[in-house]
Write a protein that binds this ligand. Structure first.
Ligand code: S3P
Length: 430
């Protein structure tokens, strides 16, 4: 994709459905009793990988342009797959599916693409084994491919060293199949879609917060059946983030982004934009199926640097690439700390953000747990290497809109992972 600078992005847009919620609805609908209907499902490659895996597990899933229908077969209704389950690029599918498969009466194998096969799986192998699961890394490198054989799962209390919704959800899903209660405590609450949605599907699940500390615990008690639901997926704030940044950075812009999920465990980017001086207004705020949603109005603003660290990090972990781009265009210095988890995403996002920002002429220094960015150095066009990481491709597409000269985004098709309509959505604003 070739991009040059523009001005005046104006109009109203809708963002595709939330990726985390779309994955979970396919999974929970598959192990629920009855027919689940999902509106505004994300038709991105990651969620299609989840659908394909559950089809191989015997679930009938019907895809139509605006809705997905899942004929759930209940907690014990999955059937042994005839082939290895391929999750493609999707870490969420790999980790949550492992939790479900650990509780099945049959053996299975999970693999993925070259990026997925480098991502750490010890973080789920270790706690699942503590529950009694038979799960192993086939190449003994703590990565996929994974081999899961049938076993009896026992409830446990797990003190998770990192705040990760993927680890938490994997353990809670295994907990659905355990012989007693399972709880997961995390240092800071990570995105809580699993807890909210499992509750809607009828699971016995409780979320608590420790007094005088940021620690959060989710506890699941097995024994309840899950029941089919009909739901509309809110727009993905992680995808909206690129248009929020574009609206703030591109001169003479005003963008209204409709019906975006603003769950407080996901919406740290809004707080950061506010701290940086961004002109953002939330309209039509409401709660649907436990998830907060709003329309987001963004206008061009002069941004200044900020510090992003501590408890806010899990609420914006996927938005750090685009926040880094905003920081490079802001006045003053932005410090990002406590974000070591960036190293374990679809690319090592400390390296991929820093390398591409340097290529565009920004002043940025990597640190072991984040980066320091000093704005005020106008960005110049460059060749961007996203390393097949969708969020790097999209973040640097926005940088290109405010850079001098031409920017080339290599392998820009990787946006299909989470936002196939990304470039088309811009056309609506020109
Ligand atoms: C996700 C959780 C996050 C996030 C990922 C999606 C999820 O990962 O980065 O894109 O849907 O649970 P971690 O849980 O590993 O932080």
């Amino acid at each position: 994709m070739e991009l040059t600078s523009i001005t005046g992005l104006k109009g109203t847009i809708t963002i595709p459905g939330d990726k985390s919620i779309s994955h979970r609805l396919v999974m929970f609908g598959s192990i629920a009793e009855g027919t689940t209907r999902i509106h505004h499902f994300l038709n991105g490659e990651d969620c299609l990988s989840t659908i394909n895996c559950f089809r191989k597990l015997g679930i009938d899933i019907i895809q139509e342009p605006t809705q997905i229908t899942i004929h759930g077969k209940g907690l014990q209704g999955l059937t042994p797959p005839n082939e290895i389950l391929d999750v493609g690029n999707s870490g969420t599918t790999a980790r949550l599916l492992s939790g479900i498969l650990a509780g099945q009466n049959f053996d299975s194998k999970i693999t993925g693409d070259s990026s997925l096969r480098k991502r750490p799986m010890k973080r789920i192998i270790y706690p699942l084994k503590k529950m009694g699961a038979n799960i192993s890394s086939i190449l003994r490198n703590d990565c996929a491919p994974l081999y899961i054989t049938k076993s009896t799962l026992h409830g446990m209390n797990y003190d998770c060293p990192v705040s990760s919704a993927q680890i938490k959800s994997c353990i809670l899903l295994a907990g659905l199949y355990a012989d007693s209660k399972t709880s997961v405590t995390e240092p800071v609450l990570s995105r809580n879609h699993t807890e909210l949605l499992l509750k809607s599907f009828g699971a016995d699940i409780l979320s608590t917060h420790e007094l005088h500390s940021s620690k959060a615990t989710a506890t699941i008690t097995p024994g309840s059946k899950l029941y089919a639901q009909e739901m509309t997926v809110p727009g993905d704030i992680s995808s909206a983030a690129y248009f929020i940044a574009a609206g703030l950075l591109v001169p003479d812009s005003e963008i209204l982004i409709k019906h975006v999920g603003i769950n407080s465990t996901r919406s740290g980017i809004l707080k950061v934009c506010e701290d940086m001086g961004g002109d953002i207004t939330l309209i039509n705020q409401q709660v649907e199926n436990g998830e907060a949603v709003a329309d987001i109005l963004v206008r061009t603003s002069t941004l200044h640097g900020t510090t992003i660290s501590g408890e806010i990090i899990p609420t914006l972990i996927d938005e750090i690439p685009i926040i880094a781009v905003m920081a490079a265009c802001a006045e003053g210095t932005t410090v990002i700390r406590d974000a070591e988890e960036l190293k374990h995403k679809e690319s090592n996002r400390i390296d991929s953000v820093v390398d591409n920002l340097l290529a565009m002429g920004a002043n940025v220094t990597p640190t072991p747990d984040g980066m320091i960015i000093t704005g005020g150095h106008p960005l110049k066009g460059a060749t961007i290497h996203p390393l097949l990481d969708h969020r790097i491709a999209m973040a640097f597409s926005i940088a290109a809109l405010v850079a001098s000269d031409r920017t080339t985004i290599l392998d820009s098709d990787c946006i299909n992972i989470s936002f196939p309509e990304f470039y088309d959505t811009f056309e609506e604003l020109l």
